[in-house]
Structure formats: C-alpha cells, structure tokens
Write a protein of this length. Sequence first.
Length: 332
Amino acid sequence: MVTAKVWVMKKHFEGLPKTSDFDLKNIELPKLKDGGKWKLLLESVFLSVDPYMRPYSRRDMKEGDVMIGTQVARIVESKNPAFTVGALVVANSGWRTHFISDGKGLQLLPPAWPESLPKSLALGTVGMPGLTAYFGLLEVCKMKPGETVLVNAAAGAVGSVVGQIAKIAGCKVVGCAGSDSKVAYLKKLGFDEAFNYKTVTSLDEALRKASPDGYDCFFDNVGGEFSSIAINHMKKYGRIAVCGAISQYNDSVPQKGPYIQYPMIFKELRMEGFLVFRWHDRREEGLKALLKWVMEGKVKYHEHITEGFENMPAAFIGMLKGENLGKAIVKV
C-alpha cells in the first residue's frame, strides 16, 4: 500500500493566497489489480506552479479539493503495455507525490529528448508555457519578420519564450519585468529593449522610448494598468494576444480601467484572448519546434527550483509575487 501526500485547498483564496489556505494530507492508494481500471502507479518528480492556478481555483475547485496542477512523473508500477516502468510522463494530476492512473491523458516525453536536458523543462520551455508562447505568437499575433513585439512579464515562463521566438522570427522585441536583475536577464536573452516597470517614472514614456514608432504585436500576460497604457502605443492594424491578467488575479475588488474602444476603433486593432488547449491537436508540432530550438541554443531557459513537496504553497505564493526568474518548479 502506497501513501500519497497531497495538498488540498482548505479555503478559497481571498487576495494573495496564504499558507494557511492549504492543508497537507495523506491518502492511501489502492493496489493495482489485473483487469482493474487503475493500471499505473506514478510518483511525481517535478511539479509546476503557474499563474493560471489562481483564477482556475476559484472557477473549478471546491474547498477541500486537491490543488490543480501538472507534474513530470515516473511510472513506478505498470499493468499497461503502453507505459514501461521508469518512463517519464507529463500528467495533470494536481499537487500529489503519488497517484494512480488508467493511462488516459498521460503524455510521454518526446522520444528525441536528450539526456543532458532537464526533464523539468517539460513543464516549462518545452511544455505548456512554451506552447502558449508558440501558438500565441504564430496563430494569434501572426507576427511577421521586421515587426516590433511587446511582451510584459517578460522574464517569466511564457514571456521569456515569447521574446526569443520573436527574435528567431526576425522581429524587434521589447520586454518589461519587475526587477533590474530580470531586465539584465532579458538583455542576455537578446531582447532589443527591456525596462523595469516598477522603477520607470512613466510607463507611457518608457514604452514610447523603447519603440517610438509603436508596436505591431503585444503579447499581454499582465492586464490591468499596463495594458490600458500599452494599447495606446499600438500601430495601426496591431494585434494583441491576451494570454493572462496576473495583475488582477489577487484583487478582492475588480479593477476599473479606461475604456479601450477609441484606440481599438481608430487604430483598427485586433485583440484576442486565448487558451493554449485550442491547439491540442498540434501539440507535437509545437514541442518538436521548441525542443529543436533549445537544443540548438536559440531558445535559452532558466528555472526557479524549490526543493521539497512540503514547500508547494510557498513556491506558488512566491511565483504570484513575481519572485521567480523563468519557470517556477518544485522538485519533490
């Protein structure tokens, strides 16, 4: 009998989540049986903490539910010939150290994955965040060589990949982040312009200085005040991909922002919200491209790794505060 540790959401979050909002529990898992539904026993190796967990917890979870989330897990026991013991998969099984599965929804790491590459990247640059950047740029922004791309939260898991893919495509890239060290990281990644939005005297002037002619594409991870100002710097026929709104996830009272109709109309802009799952049938295409770019050194990565399953809530809260550089990961 295997005992799994799980983190449950004890109460819905009010404002920024607190460690007291979570509860660590032990759950005994049943043994696998021949002919039974549960054919696989897995143990989590790396777990992801992501901004989407904050709004999705309110929309999809009840108090007492296991926290939602994705992990890279190792198969410990198998009664399914499609999955061998020791194989690594990406699973969407929440904050758990161990779990059982019927095999549905488990995604084996790409066969071309080199031994030298951290398997945790399957939760970041070569995973859902990387795919979000890939399809958001190619299918929503429809960027073209020579255009100027703006991305906020640019040192995060999605934003850092957005900027690098845009550079591969031959675009000028402007990024903003919340600390000087993150700005230095963006410059290291090859961003043409980068600034600290927390220290500039005027966000409006900083955006104008970074690209006096404006922006063709805006990949928005933040929402709120930043987006309200940035929309006025779009070029005519500009495209805005609305990926996230992390500036508003912890608000107890909804923000009231300026109305966007004037710039939308007179600049004939296109703004589109999206979820990466829209392109689930092209997942293999995206992962193949991302893995190739990483192996070629064209897309670099940085992981913010927290050790210990017991630190899941702290890692999640720290990520929402912007304490991570690159992808936030918990190593079990």
